[in-house]
Design a protein. Structure first.
Lengths: 568, 48
């Protein structure tokens, strides 16, 4: 990184933190701290929702995913607009009318305290671990590629976030989200423009898109159905709707964003705007990854993108073998370039025979490349049996650091840090609100003053921030457990969503039936995770469906006939 | 007043800042989703 990159990155980080603290000074009570006095306009709600969901992993991993697997991951978001409509009709007016601070408050009004406690505790467990991971994952990737001290990156990123989130609460989170989303959009746009400028002069935008398409990277929509297929139109639309309903309807880190809306209309507009803007945004990020793939058809990519492992192997006894593989990889890459140009010539000349020959040659080259990389991975494992052999997360940043000009590297890094900080701040804010409102105020100290709860809220924010930083610093030793943390959301979301669906729509089902159905449904989901190969997007459907059916069956045994709840 | 009627009353009290009703807005969001799906499908077919 050059001096300009450091200047841009450091300036941005300090400015965002300072801006968040300055603009939100003088928080008076819990309502202003957790709900920004319900004064947020719809566009801030929308951007805040998007900033909360878009973590650094979105920008580091998603382009890499398109590089490896194509753009079909965009289907993951097809359920989002449907879920936003459902939430606009049901959850938003209900939460606003009940004047709740958290989604779990509603569960006590509808059922009883034990359902509220179950919902809030499941959220604290799942989101608490996720908050640590949100800080850890980008710090790991950045430290590997830039050689920075990982713990220092964690402490600086996490520390700045804790500073302005504890100081300003929800309003600080919202105000900084605006800046962070701006830098994210600018950074991604700059990356896309630079990729095209770095392509060979004879390769146009249309050529690049054709190359990506013919090499199966532009597979945005796949209508074929196989239940083991992780990303398809059907799993995206159906499973994605359930996941989005659960994430945006029951996860306090998102609920808090639209509870701060100045009215029901503003909250609804924010959700609906998110539903429409998020899909093209993810498409653009995936398209960047597909174009990075095209770039690396003309510039030889590294055999393995994780430079820590490649440095290790080139210093080991296996270095000569690895270098042989690198030479072979380069030779196959050079062959591929001529096949690509033959393919483009066949397209331009509308010569199907030439096109098919070139595609056949490209498939053979790809098979050779895959075999060579497989051998390289085996060597890496021999040197370091604990090595992470999935280098997808390092592809995009490797490209940025290796090929983008001075200044733009700093801008893209600022975008990545923005994404990390935006997600973390919303998570800490939500963890603090749930801790204070659902646990501390409700069960431990119900009669304190508002000023007391305000101080408790800031302390809770700092506590969860320190916890997240500590977990992030420890996470490096956990190895494969990190993967479990990564899918933790899907293990719990279905059950939590089921609780809320029963609460909203099945008024005759009582708290006892719902509570015990939730326990059993959660065990079913964990069993699916442990003993089956069902893709994680279906866990939400399974957990939710099991809970609803079980609650219906258990209700006659465990609950007296329900009257209409007084809160309705 | 039952739940549906009270929801309708709430909705009547606060119309969206654009368009005449929330139903129109929801329909437009769904139309937007269908448009995205069609565009992505065409994109996939044209370039693959």
């Amino acid at each position: 990184m050059g001096t300009a990159d450091w200047f841009i990155l450091a300036s941005f980080l300090i400015f965002v933190a300072g801006y968040g603290i300055w603009k939100t000074r003088g928080q008076k009570n819990m309502r202003s701290y957790f709900l920004a006095d319900r004064s947020t306009p719809w566009y801030t709600v929308a951007l805040s929702i998007m900033a909360t969901q878009a973590s650094a992993i979105t920008f580091l991993s998603t382009p890499g995913q398109a590089y490896v697997d194509g753009m079909r991951f965009v289907q993951f978001y097809l359920g989002l607009p449907v879920a936003m409509i459902i939430l606009s009709v049901t959850a938003v007016p209900l939460f606003h009318r009940l004047n709740v601070y958290t989604a779990y408050e509603f569960l006590e009004l509808r059922f009883d305290l034990k359902n509220r406690a179950l919902g809030s505790i499941l959220f604290l467990i799942q989101r608490g671990l996720a908050a640590g991971f949100t800080i850890f994952a980008p710090a790991l990737i950045i430290s590997v590629l830039l050689g920075w001290n990982m713990n220092l990156v964690i402490v600086v990123t996490g520390g700045l976030v804790v500073l302005y989130t504890a100081a300003g609460g929800t309003e600080a989170v919202n105000k900084t989200h605006l800046l962070q989303m701006l830098i994210i959009f600018v950074g991604m746009f700059a990356a896309l423009v630079m990729i095209f400028r770095l392509l060979p002069p004879d390769i146009s935008f249309l050529d690049a898109t054709r190359i990506a398409g013919k090499m199966e990277k532009l597979n945005a929509i796949t209508f074929s159905f196989h239940w083991k297929d992780r990303y398809s139109f059907w799993s995206g639309l159906i499973g994605g709707t359930f996941l989005a309903l659960s994430y945006f309807g029951t996860d306090q880190s998102q609920v808090q964003r639209y509870l701060a809306g100045s009215s029901i209309a503003q909250s609804r507009m924010g959700l609906l705007a998110n539903g429409l803007v998020k899909i093209p945004m993810q498409f653009a990020i995936l398209f960047i990854g597909a174009m990075v793939f095209v770039f690396y058809q003309f510039v030889a990519p590294p055999l393995f993108f994780n430079t820590v492992e490649t440095t290790r192997i080139t210093a080991s006894a296996y270095a000569p073998e690895y270098q042989t593989l690198q030479r072979e990889y380069q030779r196959v890459h050079d062959e591929k370039q001529s096949h690509i140009r033959s393919m483009l010539a066949g397209i331009d000349a509308r010569d199907n025979a030439a096109l098919n020959r070139a595609l056949s040659d490209l498939r053979r080259s790809k098979t050779s490349e895959t075999a060579i990389r497989g051998e390289a991975v085996q060597l890496i494992r021999k040197v370091n049996p604990k090595a992470d052999t999935n280098d997808t997360n390092y592809i995009f940043l490797n490209f940025v650091i290796g090929f983008m000009p001075v200044g733009l590297v700093g801008l893209v890094l600022a975008a990545i840090f923005s994404a990390s900080m935006s997600s973390t701040s919303a998570e800490l804010n939500a963890l603090a609100s749930t801790t204070v409102i659902d646990i501390y105020k409700r069960m431990i100290s119900p009669n304190a003053s508002d000023r007391h709860y305000l101080i408790a809220s800031k302390i809770a924010t700092i506590f969860w921030g320190v916890y997240a930083i500590a977990f992030a610093m420890y996470a490096n030793r956990l190895g494969s457990l990190i993967e479990a943390v990564n899918i933790l959301g899907s293990l719990f979301y279905g059950t939590i969503l089921g609780i809320f669906l029963v609460a909203f729509y099945l008024k005759k089902i009582g708290g006892n039936a719902t509570f015990f159905a939730a326990i059993i449904a959660e065990l079913v989901v964990i069993a699916c995770f442990a003993f089956t190969e069902i893709p994680y997007l279906w866990y939400n459907v399974i957990g939710c469906t099991c809970l609803v059916i079980l609650a219906y069956l258990l209700n006659p045994l465990l609950d007296a006939p329900k009257r209409q709840p007084a809160a309705e | 007043m039952n739940d549906t009627e009270s929801r309708r009353a709430e909705n009547r009290e606060e119309s969206p800042p654009i368009f005449s009703s929330w139903g129109v807005l929801y329909t437009l969001v769904l139309a937007g989703l269908i448009t995205y799906i069609l565009l992505f499908y065409i994109f996939t077919k044209v370039f693959s």
